[in-house]
Design a protein around this ligand. Sequence first.
Ligand code: F0G
Length: 524
Amino acid sequence: TNPEHSGSDLAEPYLGGLLASLGLNVHYHRARKDTLYYRDETGREVAVLDLVGGYGSTVLGHNHPALVAHARQLLDQGVPVHAQFSRHPYANDLAQRVNAILRREFGDVGEYSAIFANSGAEAVEIAVKHAELDRVAKVADLMAEIDGNIEKARAALAGGARVPADETLDRLTVARAAPPDAVLDAVTRANAERAAAAPVFLAPEGSFHGKLVGSVQLTHNAGFRTPFQSLAARCRFVPVREPDALAEAIDAERGTLFDVAVDGDAVRVVERDLPVICAFILEPVQGEAGIRPFDRETVERVQRVCAAVDLPIIVDEVQSGMGRTGTFFASSQVGLLGDYYTLAKSLGGGIAKAAMTLVRKSRYRDEFELVHSSTFAKDAFSTLIAARTVDLLEADGGAVYALAAERGARLLAMLNGLRDEFPTVVADVRGVGLMIGMEFRDQSGSAAGFIAEQARDGLLGYALSGYLLRAHALRVLPTASATDTLRLEPSVFITDGEIDRVEAGLRALLTALRDGDEAAIAPG
Ligand code: F0G
């Protein structure tokens, strides 16, 4: 049934109009593998080849039969979907399996505890909250230690010690001739203010980590982020591919606390590092920035620089994880070892909403479990579907990973061929496994007026997607923050015939763009 209401559209009403203007307003009523079906005006069912793949949530395709059967079975047997604050052995089972994969891909890296969530942004916010809990506790320990030192200093001063006048007092903004007690009070006052300062996060330019209150501050796209910047901690975006950029950013954000040290008959004011930077977060393959993988050299430098200041690394595998790139963790291909990993999207097998955050045991704080929870997280349905999804990825010695690498290479080779054929239209083709982007050259001067206009509005990728859907029954969408790049994230089951269909559709598109053929490309 397809109810048509007489009233106005109330469900995200603006989006409906935008979809219509781009020719993307179809309602899919059925899905299987890499195909979505809608009915046209005549009621005829149209099969669309889906390369969006649920924005990365359907690495095993839509409605994978084993997952559908499992879901049905769970509901038939009356599994208690919601039984919060009871034992969840299946959640432990999932955490153990993912830990075993971590060991296989990264070596003996120790255990990671798992916290469960409902969405990618929530998994990111769990990592952020945990890192902040850890940071705040470290600051508190530091403050307690300094308080102890201040008491020792008072005792030393009472015994005749003095405070030598040096430039640290200038930084403390007390007069060099100030009485010793005033110096100690100034230390306490300055530290209270410095320790209470908001933390800062570091992330590569182009990062996308979600759109909730906290995570959107880690998302570089100014349109998504800036209206909400007063709501959460700040992130500094770093051009990490430049060799010195991260070290410079860390230096620029560095903070200190004052401490006092008794040294013979002198009480010296000294400065100590204050952990102001909460975490460094990155995607191993940037998704929304236009599908941009990080190379091994950059990743090694990032890890070295972060380790030097004990800065935890959050590896966001929400989009790149779950086998899409040819390994379970995309980060393992470049040796990027995280203190935190986030998983979501395909974790739910394209059926459930499931997410998890892995936290390295050496940093893990048990008390986090008492301060973070969600009604829906770790529910039996999603967690068991996630476990079955992991099983399917791991089956037959990891056949799915091999398939992702092989299918991805084939798709990439085809796209590279098109790039060579249409150098004036295609700027670049890049990706890893089944996470691929095709970047278009600027079309704002196109002879096709519709294309030029959409390009000037930053909607080029959406306009191209509308054309591919209408004219070739191909579903493609641009990356969220680089709308000149079309993303291709089909399932591992995409066939040679389907890749040929993609090639034919794209060749027609590229030909029309090259020739500025308005009639071919503008909506009728
Ligand atoms: N992290 C990454 C790397 C993502 O790509 C996304 C979502 C999120 C976190 C947030 O996950 O949507 O479940 O809250 N990327 C989407 C996309 C929106 O367009 O690919 P979420």
